[in-house]
Design a protein around this ligand. Structure first.
Ligand SMILES: [Ca+2]
Ligand SMILES: [Ca+2]
Length: 195
């Protein structure tokens, strides 16, 4: 039901460039640690399936959540676009404003409240000096599909990459709305550029 076997298949139309995690990181939590993520707020962490509370990962056996005692948590992975030129990305096309980014992700929450804890994905566009140009925010989500005491749904972000972008941050925001633990959750973020 929630197991999603799709990772990065053949690029539809030849123009979709998959992006994996950087610096040894990943976006599906299966390493069991936060390698690749930079924490800016709180204490995001990796949880195994069936820990207490008994969350169940929608992909694999681990997922991200917002930490044991953080009202808000946030972390990011930074994608250097120069590293994708070898995969076919044209920086001239980026600067012409004709490249989009797509991020498909699982957002989850422990069932409590209401209100329950909520995840938000942000995509931050930065120039060559890593100054922010603009950002896209998914908004804080309230998934509805019940899976072993949690709710999980899959979401898709699709937005333009602004001209002069050279770095893109994929940000996980975890918002605690109930209790002590921050059980806003993420799993299996799949990012691609569409040129
Ligand atoms: Ca996982
Ligand atoms: Ca909570």
């Amino acid at each position: 039901m929630l197991i999603d076997p799709y990772r990065f298949g053949a690029a539809p139309g030849g123009g979709e460039i998959p992006v994996e995690g950087y610096g040894g990181g990943q976006w599906n939590a299966e390493l069991g640690n936060m390698t690749g993520w930079t924490t800016t707020v709180g204490s995001p962490r990796v949880r195994p399936t069936d820990a207490d509370p008994p969350g169940h990962a929608p992909q694999g056996s681990r997922f991200y959540d917002g930490g044991a005692a953080s009202a808000t948590s946030s972390c990011y992975q930074r994608i250097p676009l120069a590293g994708l030129v070898a995969s076919g990305l044209s920086l001239a096309a980026v600067d012409a404003g004709t490249v989009d980014i797509k991020a498909v992700w699982w957002g989850g929450q422990y069932i409590q409240g209401p209100p329950a804890d909520q995840p938000q994905l942000q995509i931050v566009f930065r120039d060559t000096d890593t100054n922010e140009i603009s950002r896209h925010a998914s908004g804080f989500k309230s998934p509805t599909t019940v899976v072993f005491g949690f709710r999980w749904d899959e979401y898709t972000e699709l937005t333009d990459i602004p001209a002069n972008t050279r770095y893109i941050d994929i940000v996980m925001d975890f918002d605690r709305n109930f209790g002590t633990e921050n059980n806003a959750c993420f799993d299996d973020i799949r990012v691609s550029l569409i040129q």
